[in-house]
Design a protein around this ligand. Structure first.
Ligand SMILES: CC(C)(COP(=O)(O)OP(=O)(O)OC[C@H]1O[C@@H](n2cnc3c(N)ncnc32)[C@H](O)[C@@H]1OP(=O)(O)O)[C@@H](O)C(=O)NCCC(=O)NCCS
Length: 345
């Protein structure tokens, strides 16, 4: 008999023991180090219980589904949503329907069940449940050092297409927005007002107000993130969040999050040029970004980032508001980035 109920604080040690058996010590310690921040200090909880569902057998913890609550904007209508984050069924209990029951509990407990960066097993389970599968989150990269060209970004784009893109990029190169880039360590009301202005244009976007952005980036464990605003006349026309990371193949600068009016191509061009300058100042070999929105993708391509294969699978089931019949057919107006959910660890 599968028993699913909400998490209680005294479940935590049993969950940690189960994670150690399934994932080993190093990964469990990394997961546990983020636990309080991610699930218990999330500003969306407003003092309520964490959105974690626990499967029990004879009262013993046999699985968990931990989710991150956010507000989701669907063409300006805000609903509650939860990113599915840490999912685990105890190894000896797998294949008995616990995963299925946990995913259904999540779905019925939220206005939108959304997931990014799925494993093969959970992807298969989503297919079995017949949830809308959105595809992978498009990835883009620009090599910045000569050695990086072969290491990071062997392009599959045909020569003629590359030449046409090169001409288009040159045409765009001079378009820069007015205003100045301002480095920030915390977000303020300017970010919230930017979000309020641009949110209605998105078919799908997690609310990126100052409260969310400060929790997600400024207060994240280890705080590896850097951020800046493009300020015009005292207001934020755009924001960027990025980090530098040393990988096996070299140093990468990752554009983790960004926000702007998608039609303001000069704003995106200015912010992307600035982040590239930051990357070059740190001797990064590659600049990398992820974007689902068609206009943001165009801005990335214009800034010299090429389409790269992506493995970040994305699923979304929006229950909490009326949707147009073709809602899932295109993500051209969905704003999803690397910083959504908790994939950027
Ligand atoms: C993903 C997971 C939670 C599924 O839990 P579960 O209790 O084993 O799943 P269920 O018994 O409810 O199985 C339901 C369906 O999931 C899919 N599935 C489950 N385990 C799978 C596996 N190892 N490989 C491929 N598909 C799998 C199958 O479609 C299965 O349906 P079927 O049995 O009719 O073929 C579990 O496999 C797990 O903990 N995996 C390790 C951690 C992980 O991958 N987490 C997901 C992070 S996104």
């Amino acid at each position: 008999m599968v028993d699913i109920s909400r998490y209680r604080a005294d479940d935590r040690s049993a969950i940690e023991a189960m994670q150690r058996r399934a994932f080993g010590d190093a990964r469990t310690e990394a997961l546990q180090a983020r636990w309080s921040w991610l699930y218990e200090s999330n500003p969306q909880l407003a003092g309520g219980a964490p959105f974690i569902w626990v499967a029990r057998v004879d009262g013993q913890v046999a699985g968990l589904f931990a989710t991150i609550p956010v507000r989701l904007s669907v063409f300006g209508t805000e609903i509650d949503a939860n990113w599915g984050s840490d999912v685990l069924v105890a190894p000896e209990q797998q294949g008995k329907g616990f995963g299925d029951a946990l995913f259904r509990a999540w779905d019925s407990g939220t206005g939108a069940a959304i997931g990014l960066s799925l494993t093969d097993a959970s992807h298969r389970l989503f297919q079995k449940l017949k949830w809308p599968y959105i595809g992978t989150l498009p990835r883009f990269a620009k090599p910045l050092s000569p050695g990086a060209i072969t290491k990071f970004t062997r392009t599959e784009r045909p020569l003629l297409e590359r030449m046409a893109l090169g001409w288009r990029r040159r045409g765009h190169a001079s378009r820069r927005a007015a205003g100045t880039m301002e480095r920030i360590t915390r977000f303020d009301d300017r970010a919230t007002r930017l979000w309020e202005r641009v949110a209605p244009t998105f078919a799908f976007a997690a609310r990126r107000d100052a409260t969310y952005l400060n929790w997600r980036y400024a207060d994240a464990p280890g705080a590896p993130y850097l951020a800046a605003l493009l300020v015009q006349g005292g207001e934020a026309a755009g924001l960027v969040v990025y980090r530098h990371v040393d990988e096996d193949a070299g140093r990468a600068t990752i554009l983790v999050d960004f926000l702007a009016d998608p039609s303001a191509t000069d704003v995106m061009a200015t912010m992307l040029a600035w982040v590239e300058g930051e990357a070059r100042a740190k001797n990064a070999d590659v600049l990398r970004a992820f974007a689902s929105h068609a206009q943001f993708q165009a801005a990335l391509r214009d800034a010299g980032l090429d389409d790269r294969p992506s493995t970040l699978r994305f699923v979304a089931k929006v229950n909490g508001c009326a949707l147009p019949p073709d809602y899932y057919a295109s993500t051209d107006r969905w704003h999803v980035t690397r910083g959504d959910s908790d994939g950027d660890r």
